[in-house]
Design a protein around this ligand. Structure first.
Ligand code: NAD
Length: 351
């Protein structure tokens, strides 16, 4: 065995129902006293619950998916104007993403309180959009110093969004198995992530208000993000980033829809990944395991239903080819990529 593996330095707290005390402790440990809370208007009540008596100097609620550059610049200006010394995002990946955009240029520390399964809080990856193009980068300044995972904050996440977001996390696990820096350590995280998400998401759909499934899903989402941050972006992520940037598609749903097509393309040419995915699902094959979970969850299946124009497929193929990661198990060609995107657009999933 010969490989190099980097681990990211971050304190992670899992404590259902205790976000307020855990967050206060996280901020106190950093010795900070001018908090910028970032939360969308819709998550304001959740955020007020967890922020408690923190010394908040500004509430910022301009949260937009895929972080348009102008939105990032306004948040940075607010942070500078109010002399903020720590950023606390409470919300999904879009909210965490805005906090990261602030940290990227200011170096301010982040203590994150995630409320979806996106996993951005556990990565050093930032993303921003500019003129229909999503740009991403890796920078340790954007990695939150601490994360508070409180499953009670996720019980109000609607089932449809929970399913899409949970499958976004499954995609982090799966794609990390053939990503450029895949190694035995991130593969172990990915396998346990798939197992936890498979168990947790089924419970979430059966009992959306129950904490047991919600906690398993959050635990799986964390493992998924660690695997993804460590292994890097594989073909699946490159495709979803291109689609998100070009057509402003909803992030989690796009991942949920594209994932089975990537597994169908890559798994037959990646026997170790195939075995690990199948075993994590306790299924006979990777495609069969994923299909079983998607059926149980009522997963979304068509990019057409998300608003992608059919005549956008050619532009997407061109953009993905320009960014395709090296070492994908199957060589990426205009033909197989076009077939994949046409099937994902139509909603046909091969098993
Ligand atoms: P999101 O943050 O936009 O949230 C989706 C919807 O869920 C929003 O309407 C939000 O208001 C609502 N919501 C969030 N939490 C809720 C709760 N607990 N109860 C009820 N409603 C709730 O979507 P997302 O899928 O979490 O994040 C997507 C973004 O995250 C994308 O921009 C994506 O690029 C980014 N992302 C980044 C990374 C990374 O490593 N940098 C990883 C994953 C995702």
């Amino acid at each position: 065995m010969r490989f190099v593996h980097d681990s990211l330095a971050q304190r992670v707290r899992f404590a259902a129902g205790e976000a307020a005390t855990q967050l206060a402790d996280g901020v106190r440990r950093l010795d900070r006293s001018r908090v910028m809370v970032i939360c969308a208007e819709a998550e304001r009540a959740l955020a007020e619950r967890v922020v408690g008596a923190l010394p908040v100097v500004v509430w910022h609620d301009e949260v937009v998916m895929h972080v348009p550059r102008a939105v990032a610049e306004r948040a940075r200006a607010v942070a500078a104007d109010r002399n903020v010394d720590v950023v606390v995002p409470v919300g999904g990946g879009s909210t965490t993403g805005l906090a990261k955009a602030v940290a990227l240029t200011t170096g301010l520390p982040i203590v994150a309180v995630p409320t979806t399964y996106a996993g951005s809080e556990a990565t050093n990856v930032w993303g921003m959009t500019d003129a229909g193009r999503k740009v991403t980068g890796v920078d340790d300044r954007v990695l939150p110093r601490a994360v508070v995972y409180d499953a009670s904050l996720t019980v109000g996440l609607p089932v449809g969004m929970s399913v899409a977001s949970g499958l976004n996390a499954v995609a982090h696990c799966v794609d990390s198995l053939w990503a450029p820096r895949a190694d035995p350590i991130n593969a172990a995280f990915a396998g346990e992530g798939i197992r936890a998400l498979d168990t947790g998401l089924r419970q979430v759909v059966a009992d959306p208000g129950g904490l047991v499934g919600r906690e398993q899903a959050l635990y799986g989402a964390y493992l998924a993000a660690v695997a993804f941050a460590s292994a890097g972006s594989g073909l699946h992520h490159k495709i979803c980033h291109v689609l998100g940037g070009l057509f402003d598609l909803p992030h989690a749903q796009t991942h949920a829809i594209v994932l089975p097509h990537i597994v169908a393309l890559n798994a037959p040419a990646a026997p170790e990944a195939e075995r690990r995915i199948a075993s994590a699902f306790a299924a006979r094959s990777a495609t069969g395991g994923l299909a079983g979970l998607r059926a149980a969850l009522g997963a979304p299946s068509s990019l057409r239903d998300c608003g992608m124009p059919e005549d956008g497929i050619a532009a997407a193929v061109e953009a993905v080819l320009a960014a395709a990661p090296p070492g994908n198990p199957v060589p990426v060609t205009p033909a197989n990529l076009t077939a994949l995107l046409c099937a994902a657009w139509e909603g046909e999933v091969s098993r």
